[in-house]
Design a binder for this molecule. Structure first.
Ligand code: NAP
Length: 246
């Protein structure tokens, strides 16, 4: 039975590479994007390489869009095997020197995408994941969301203070733990991943220039956790080197 995967924010960056690699492993890949044209373009790029990839319009901040996407997947595929909650934003300045005044509007905007978006998508797709014999949920987090890392003076990220982004990802990690416990007596596994520091548009052009990893390399951690065997872990936070402390 061919597996079906949906990746949010899959029209560019890390999401597109996760979609590509899942497609390369023989999975039917649903390239979810909030903009129909951008999603179609990304799915066409993957299909041109021979992958079974299809665009799905999905704005994680729009309840009606999320629900319509879930209905579409239910009608066409009848179930979902892999959900990758990848869509995310980082609207704060990321230079270590930047002082971050608290900005409620910015917190709300960041949480709307990074946390509530993942909650909404997971809520709507969970009935379809329950129909899978081996459902997998991967929440794309970051070591910058680790409370242990944020409070560790020896961390390379210690001086990087982006509170809306960091707290939104810490909250996403909380969602991972809660869901893993709630779904412990089902086949569904739920894990958080940190892809590493990746050359994408997130954080602006300076980040793209400075980041050491290409999206194709960084996508592997998410793809591994999306492809876990039945005896694989759940409720974990991992990066390319292993466990990340919460
Ligand atoms: P990116 O290149 O900026 O891509 C972000 C993706 O999220 C885009 O496809 C974007 O769509 C989508 N998106 C944003 N808001 C959305 C919404 N409301 N509904 C649906 N899609 C939405 O960033 P990236 O680096 O690939 O980031 C992907 C994930 O990796 C994020 O969760 C990020 O926090 C995480 N991450 C990245 C790094 C890094 O170094 N880059 C490190 C750790 C974790 P549009 O094209 O329509 O804007």
């Amino acid at each position: 039975m061919t597996k079906v995967a949906l990746i949010t924010g899959a029209n560019r960056g890390l999401g597109l590479e996760i979609a590509r690699q899942l497609g390369q492993s023989g999975v039917t890949t649903l390239v979810a994007a909030r903009d129909a044209e951008r999603g179609e373009k990304a799915a066409a790029e993957l299909a041109a390489d021979g992958l079974d990839a299809h665009a799905v319009v999905l704005d994680v901040e729009s309840a009606s869009s999320v629900e319509a996407a879930a209905e579409h997947v239910r009608d066409v595929y009848g179930r979902l095997d892999i959900l990758v909650n990848n869509a995310g934003i980082l609207p704060e300045a990321t230079t270590p020197e930047a002082t971050q005044p608290l900005d409620l509007e910015l917190f709300r905007r960041t949480f709307d995408t990074n946390l509530f978006g993942a909650v909404a998508v997971t809520q709507s797709f969970l009935p379809l994941l329950r129909r899978s014999p081996a459902g997998r949920i991967v929440n794309v987090s970051t070591t910058m969301g680790s409370l242990a890392d944020q409070s560790d003076p020896s961390s390379p990220y210690y001086r990087l203070v982006v509170p809306a982004y960091q707290t939104s990802k810490a909250a996403l990690n909380g969602l991972t733990i809660a869901l893993a416990k709630t779904l412990a007596d089902t086949p569904i596994k739920v894990n958080s991943v940190c892809p590493g520091w990746v050359k994408t548009d997130l954080g602006g052009p300076a980040n793209r220039a400075a980041a050491p990893l290409h999206a194709a390399d960084a996508a592997r951690t998410a793809v591994t956790m999306a492809s876990l065997p039945d005896d694989g872990p759940t409720g974990q936070f991992v990066d390319r080197n292993g466990t990340v402390p919460w």
